[in-house]
Design a protein around this ligand. Sequence first.
Ligand code: ZN
Length: 390
Amino acid sequence: MSATVITNIATLVTNDPSLRDSDPLGLVRDAAVVVEGDRVVWTGESSKAPPTDNRVDAGGRAVLPGFVDSHSHLVFAGDRTEEFNARMSGRPYSAGGIRTTVAATRAASDAELEGNLTRHLAEALRQGTTTFETKSGYGLTVEDEARALRIAAARTDEVTYLGAHIVAPEFADDPAGYVALVTGEMLNACAPHARWIDVFCEKGAFDGDQARAILTAGKAKGLHPRIHANQLSYGPGVQLAVELDAASADHCTHLTDADVDALASGATVATLLPGAEFSTRAAWPDARRLLDAGVTVALSTDCNPGSSFTSSVPFCIALAVRDMGMTPDEAVWAATAGGAAALRRTDVGRLVPGAYADLVMLDAPSHVHLAYRPGVPLVTSVWRRGVREV
Ligand SMILES: [Zn+2]
C-alpha cells in the first residue's frame, strides 16, 4: 500500500491532547500528515516526516479533521420556504410545520428521497463534513419510517430511528396508541436499519414518561438513545438523557442548574445546534455555561427543511463563536472531536495514527479563520477514508 504525505501545513489540528501541554486541539505548526490506505499513520512536524511515495504540498494552509455532523434530518421531500419567509417577515403562518414535510415525504418516490439525500450529503461534503448522522421522522407510519431508514443506511453508518418526532396525524386523538406503535410494530420494522433511537421530548411532542418508554423499548432492541431535549422550553429531556446514558442530548437551549449538573456528571454529550436558533430567531444556547461546568459540547447543523436548513458546519462554528460564548478553538473541537463523542466514535474527529484519514484543508493558515471569515467558502480540499473527494 502506498503512503502519501501532506506536508507544508501551517496549522494542523489533531485533537490529540497528549501532543502539547494538554491543549485539546493538539495543534502542530509547520506540520505534516501521512496517510496510508484509509487511515492516518503519522502526524508531526514537516521536517520529521518519514519518506513516502506520494507528496501533497499544502502550501501553508491549515488542515483539520473532517467535520462530524452528528444531527441532521435529511430523508425528506418538499420545501418550507413560505413558512420561513413568513416567520422572518413577522407574518403569522398557519400551515402544519413538520406535518407539511410528513405529507410531502409520504407522497415521494424512493428515487426522490434518495436523490434529495444524496444531494444534501454531497453539499455537506463540499463544506468539509466527512461523517454524517441522519434520522427518519417524516414518515410516521411503519412502512414510511422503515423506508426512510433503509435509504439512509445505504449512505451512512450513523442512522437514527425517530418515529417519535411528532405524534402522527392519524393518532392526533390517541397519542398513547401512537407510542404503542412506535415501541412495537414500527420499532420492529426499523431497528434492523438503525444504530440509534431518538425522541423529540417537548411540550406538544412527547413528555418525559413517553420519551422514557420509547427509548427504553429501543434499548431493548439494541438501539442506543439520543434525545431532542430542552429546545423550546425547560423539561425532563436532559436529565432523562443522562439517566438512560444517551450518547447525546441535542439542543440544550433551556437548562436549569440541575440539568447542567447532570450533564457534567454523566457521559452524555450536549449537542448544540445554532442553525435552529438562527433560523427561528430564538435565544441562543449558552455554550459558555456548559463548558465552564465541564460538560462535553458538540456542534452540529440539525439540517432539516423546517427549522435549520443549513448543511454548513463552518457556519455553525461562526455562530457558536459570535453568539454562544465559545472560543474558536472550542468550536472547532466541538464540530470534530465533539461530534465524534456524540456518536461514541474514536475513529473519526481526530487526526492520530489509526484514525480514519478524514481531512479538511482550508484556504487559510489557521482553523481560527472558520469563525474569523464567516460565510467564506474556505474549504478547498476534503479527503474521506484516505480518498480525495473535493
Ligand atoms: Zn433535530
